[in-house]
Design a protein around this ligand. Sequence first.
Ligand code: CP
Length: 314
Amino acid sequence: MSFYGRSFLSTQNLSLEKINKLFSLSKRIKEEYKEEHSYFLPEWHEQLRNKVVILAFFEPSTRTLLSFQMASQRLQLRTVTFPSISESSLIKGETLVDTIMNLEAMEPNLFIFRTGDSQDLLDCIKSVKVPVLNAGSGSEGHPTQALLDAFTIQERLGSVAGQKILFVGDVIHSRVASSNLELFKLMGAEMAICGPNEMLPKENKWQGIPTFKDLEKGLEWANVCMGLRVQLERHEDKNALSKEEYSKNYCINLQKLKKFTPIGLIMHPGPFIRGLDFDPEVLSDKRCVVHEQVTHGVYIRAALIAKMLVKGVN
Ligand code: CP
């Protein structure tokens, strides 16, 4: 089944064929942009120009919001961005569910939502008639981040299949790790997790995934290292974590990376917390692709939007 006219809410309904086609289009966009430094997919602009997308982010974002906006602008699409919570009628007591019902009544062609964990809200989003793109939902999933991460691995290493990918840090709260697990498994990668006990997930979907307590041992095992932000805002007790202890054991830095293969990839979906989960010195390591992930996010999101909005985009 194609992406056209449908919501894209999770990595669960993807097939290898669909992923390969999406990655081919993203690669074409990347190469044409490198050549022309111009708009993406001009042959579809006639169909895209008269469509309007509503971007509504009910949790903060830099990369995802701006890369969806960049992708839309380069496709010649029109976008309307929901204001911040304090500038909308949410501040007057209107609920998120009522807000979404009102946005739907404005008849956009596509919604791009970032939401928290509220089940009412997730149910409401699933029932809207307009196609919806999930730009991150609570701790549950971040499917476009998973796609851009997989695309980055494929671009750099040739394929996702056969790679040994280590997630480091606050895995239990990470929607990125959750979607990456589903996607990387489908694409044939091996995975492991590393972090303190309280940050390691216990859900069924993680059963059987090897665990490392010692980051250097994990780095010896892996050839792709995916750092994750410590999500203090989702911790029940925000003061329970010793930041010094965490940083000593799990901050990805050049010292610990001495154990990591010279032909590996160092990734992080961002944002990272300097000195707590990621040392900025790592950005200049030739194995680090953190900013390349962001660049690829624009291509992947443009390809996905074009496929969802225009029939026949291959
Ligand atoms: N990776 C990511 O989702 O970053 P933002 O929260 O800044 O969008």
